[in-house]
Write a protein that binds this ligand. Structure first.
Ligand code: SAM
Ligand code: SF4
Length: 332
């Protein structure tokens, strides 16, 4: 029986988030600088073959869940073939993708047929002009069409990811809840994390939850009440919509952390909030066999911290700007 990946705090690693590109067709204010970042060159970006080899090794040691992210994953060519190859890896039972949804109309059917069945679509405003203000370049109608088409294609579940920013879109909380209720969809409010951007104030899940509770009767917790649950989910008596809260800052879920991240440049990252990275391209390029790669990863995960201290850093204004770490390369 192959050994599982267990870190020094007894946490079993079963989940890998893979950023397949640092490029994006949007420039969201909280994620990327306005001019974009210097994109990785073809040689710098990790190849699909490299990712597949790495996933194959990890899948043999208990990793069963992969999330494809970016940058915008739909801007990288060959994604459907990559998803098809991932879905054939023994042990990988759950493949999902996070996308901004703007190109979904074009690719939804192809991806679904390739084996991708779960999708998260980011949406930060329901007002056209504000959507453009936040994404700097995007068109709300493209995303809404993408969501409808994803529903029609059969993606299930479809989750909408919404980041609220004080003074920019936090007046849309009730509109978002009504949107989720109308489309009977799962919408999750993700706490804004001041990484790389220039906005430092975060609106907490608790503040959002209270606003919703005061507007809707029967808004009740349905799952995730456990200590350190990743997402707390609430439902309504009169709708199938689900509203989730992901609170990496105010209620971090590090005690149950089961994840690793692979960046678009092929670096393994043990935690979103710690900037140490380890080059897997170098490891894959040598003569190492699968066991040696496993041993390398297994050794590294012993360095995983028991919990992040990001909210402590957040209390010190100006201390959060990690010059080179924009979310697009890490994958959120
Ligand atoms: N381009 C895709 C998208 O926007 O869904 C995938 C990559 S994006 C980096 C992944 C997720 O990270 C998105 O839901 C986005 O809203 C979220 N994100 C990016 N920067 C963030 C930040 N500073 N705080 C919280 N969430 C952030
Ligand atoms: Fe692009 Fe996603 Fe970042 Fe927006 S959040 S700039 S869509 S990678």
């Amino acid at each position: 029986m192959p050994k599982p990946l267990i870190d020094s705090h007894g946490r079993k690693i079963t989940y890998l988030r893979v950023s397949i590109t640092d490029r994006c067709n949007l420039r969201c204010v909280y994620c990327m600088p306005e001019k974009g970042v210097n994109p990785l060159s073809h040689n710098e970006i990790i190849s699909y073959e490299g990712i597949l080899r790495f996933v194959n090794v990890l899948a043999n040691h208990g990793v069963n869940k992969i999330r494809i992210t970016g940058g915008e994953p739909l801007v990288r060519k060959g994604l459907a073939d990559f998803a098809r190859s991932l879905s054939k890896i023994t042990g990988i039972t759950d493949i999902s993708m996070t996308t901004n949804g703007t190109l979904l109309e074009k690719y939804a059917a192809e991806l679904y047929n390739a084996g991708l069945k779960r999708i998260n679509i980011s949406l930060d405003s329901l007002k056209e002009d504000r959507f453009r203000q936040i994404s700097r370049t995007g068109n709300l109608k493209d995303v809404l069409r993408g969501i409808k088409l994803a529903q029609k294609t059969g993606f299930n579940p479809i989750k909408i990811n919404t980041v609220l920013i004080k003074g920019i879109n936090d007046d849309e909380i009730i509109d978002f809840v009504n949107f989720a209720r109308e489309f009977e969809i799962n919408l999750r409010f993700i706490e804004y994390m001041p990484i790389g951007g220039n906005i430092t104030e975060t609106i907490t899940s608790k503040e959002i939850e209270e606003k919703i509770r005061s507007a809707f009767d029967g808004f009740e917790l349905i799952s995730g009440n456990g200590y350190q649950a990743v997402s707390k989910e609430y439902g309504f008596k009169d709708s199938n919509a689900v509203i989730g809260f992901i609170s990496p800052l105010s209620e971090h879920f590090c005690g149950d952390c089961n994840r690793l991240r692979l960046t678009a440049s092929g670096k393994l990252r043990l935690c979103l909030f710690y900037d140490s990275e380890y080059d897997i391209k170098e490891i894959l390029s040598g003569e190492r066999d699968d066991e040696a790669i496993f041993n390398w990863v297994s050794g590294l995960i012993q360095l995983k911290q028991d919990k992040h201290n990001f909210s402590e850093k957040a209390k010190k204004p100006g201390s959060l700007l990690w010059a080179n770490d924009f979310m697009n390369g890490i994958g959120g």
